[in-house]
Design a protein around this ligand. Structure first.
Ligand code: N01
Length: 503
């Protein structure tokens, strides 16, 4: 590079390779949800201190900030759904409610200095690789350069509304579960909920007792595991505060219980599957009297094919006199309410779409351009894939937390993010050791890994269980990690550096 070029380069805010200049890398983390928070805390501890977080909203929290629907809770046990570096002896319940998790996220972000380095209300609109750095542009048009990009944007953050004829003609209040309109009082109203997934189950369980009439539009019956909720006493919380090792034990206890209970089942372990199915059937039989309603609530596919719904309040709620399970199928929406295929109009004041999210979004719609001008959205073409769920060939120094084909299901995403951050740190250390400018998975490693996934997924319950779900991509293949969580943990502990190209 000539002296003039070098000056121009410097003036543009860009730098040479961090490993060769002997400085810590400038790292941008996109998203201040649970994985963004985990990234900041762990990277800083590992000596990577030049960190900037970009957050599209005005607060940290991610999914726990975006979702505020009534009944919002986490069906993963609290002591496991916690950062390892921030154990919380004060969880009030075995399964925490949304506001308490959001408070925990905010408190952790504050305590560990995440909020201080976060640019709020700063949606990132484009990321362009201009070797050896990434150009990052925000919605406000601000441009900056980073050596490493980490996306921590979550999986399910783009709400999906069905494209039902007449949708916009509805004269009542209508909103998606993740965009809850708290100005609407549901008391005594005629409320419709479309969907019966994990979200709808929690909403229905919460609101059934106070609305005037509840119509739940079910397309597919769900397998529902009872949720053994428990309130923790003040004395217990004090005890945990005095003896933190008990909490560590509980973290591992729930980790093992959940991963063994569900991890094996989804891979086709018949004993585990039967145990789960029996549990769900007992739950249904105990709560719903024999007859037409119970029949319509009985799934016709295998348990664990869709994400299991853990909820004890849905069945009692749907059995109330003021509730109705509607299974005739939605024909269209009229100004008065929902018209089903049998020609009946279900008159409504409020319509809630608990219809899920776009599982292919990840970092999109941010425009990501890698080496040679390759566009990530085009590269994925509606089927997002990554090497070990974290990186993509041709996109150097670009890492994803909770990226495509990572383990999800009924596991703690906090734990998964923490493993992934540890893996990334090993990779950054490796770059440093080799004074490398860029690190990217080789095309061969990416293909081999994704071929192994393609060969493994047809044997999972997601593919063989006879259901449709957001786990399936547009080719009908599960977009999930098809091996045991213990294998994922091992993979994350020891990166195989020969899978990467250093330059
Ligand atoms: O979304 P979903 P969700 N007409 O996609 C129905 C996580 N989560 O928001 O089954 C009629 O699961 C659809 O019907 P069908 C968890 O990972 C975690 O509930 O496709 N119905 C289904 O019933 C979960 O898996 C927690 O036939 C329509 C529902 O809408 C994920 O978020 C809590 C329809 C969508 O279910 C998403 O859950 C809550 C249409 N046109 C959520 N379109 C925890 O506790 C869709 N449906 C951690």
């Amino acid at each position: 590079m000539s002296a003039a070029e070098s000056m121009e380069f410097e003036a543009s805010g860009r730098k040479g390779p961090w490993t060769q200049e002997g400085r810590t890398p400038k790292i941008a983390i996109i998203g201040a949800g649970m994985s963004g928070i985990a990234a900041v805390v762990k990277l800083r501890k590992a000596g990577y201190t030049d960190l900037t977080v970009f957050e599209k909203a005005d607060r940290v929290g991610g999914t726990w900030r975006d979702n505020s629907y009534p009944g919002l809770s986490c069906d993963v046990p609290s002591y496991w759904y916690s950062f390892r570096f921030a154990p919380n002896p004060n969880w009030s319940h075995r399964f925490s409610y949304g506001p308490e998790i959001q408070a925990y996220m905010e408190d952790t972000a504050e305590r560990f200095g995440v909020s201080k380095i976060t640019h709020f209300n700063s949606a990132v609109t484009s990321l362009t690789y201009e070797a050896p750095q990434w150009r990052l542009v925000t919605q406000a048009g601000d441009t900056s350069f980073f050596d490493i990009i980490i996306t921590a944007t979550g999986i399910l953050h783009q709400p999906v509304l069905p494209d039902t004829p007449g949708q916009s003609s509805f004269e009542g209040n209508a909103f998606h579960s993740a965009r809850w309109d708290h100005s609407v009082d549901l008391t005594g109203k005629r409320v419709g909920v479309i969907g019966t997934g994990s979200t709808a189950a929690q909403i229905v369980g919460d609101i059934a007792g106070r609305v005037g009439k509840l119509s739940v539009f079910q397309r597919t019956a769900q397998w529902m595991v009872p949720l053994q909720q428990k309130t923790y006493s003040e004395r217990w919380k004090r005890f945990l505060g005095w003896f933190p090792f008990v909490q560590t034990f509980l973290y591992h206890f729930y980790y093992q219980a959940m991963t063994r209970g569900i991890g094996g089942a989804v891979l086709g372990d018949q004993k585990s599957l039967k145990r789960i199915a029996d549990l769900c059937v007992r739950n249904l039989f105990r709560n719903v009297p024999e007859g037409n309603l119970r029949d319509r609530l009985t799934p016709t596919y295998q348990a664990a094919c869709k994400r299991l719904v853990l909820c004890s309040s849905f069945y009692p709620a749907i059995c109330r006199e003021t509730s109705e399970l509607v299974t005739e199928g939605i024909d269209h929406i009229s100004p008065e309410g929902v018209v089903t295929k049998d020609g009946r109009t279900h008159k409504l004041d409020v319509l809630v779409y608990a219809t899920g999210f776009d599982p292919t979004a990840f970092i999109l719609p941010t425009r990501v351009t890698g080496e040679g001008g390759v566009d990530l959205e085009k590269f994925w073409d509606g089927v997002p894939r990554a090497h070990r769920a974290m990186s993509v060939p041709g996109f150097p120094n670009f890492w994803m937390l909770e990226g495509p084909t990572g383990p999800i299901g009924n596991l703690s995403l906090i734990t998964i993010s923490e493993y992934q951050v540890d893996y990334m740190i090993d990779c950054f250390n490796h770059m440093k050791h080799h004074r490398a400018e860029a690190m990217t998975p080789s095309r061969e490693a990416f293909d081999t890994y994704n071929q192994a996934i393609r060969e493994a997924v047809p044997h999972t319950i997601w593919a063989t269980g006879g259901c449709n779900s957001w786990y399936l991509d547009k080719n009908g293949l599960p977009n999930l990690y098809p091996w045991l969580p213990s294998q994922f943990r091992r993979e994350m502990k020891r990166p195989i550096f020969s899978e990467y190209r250093l330059s």
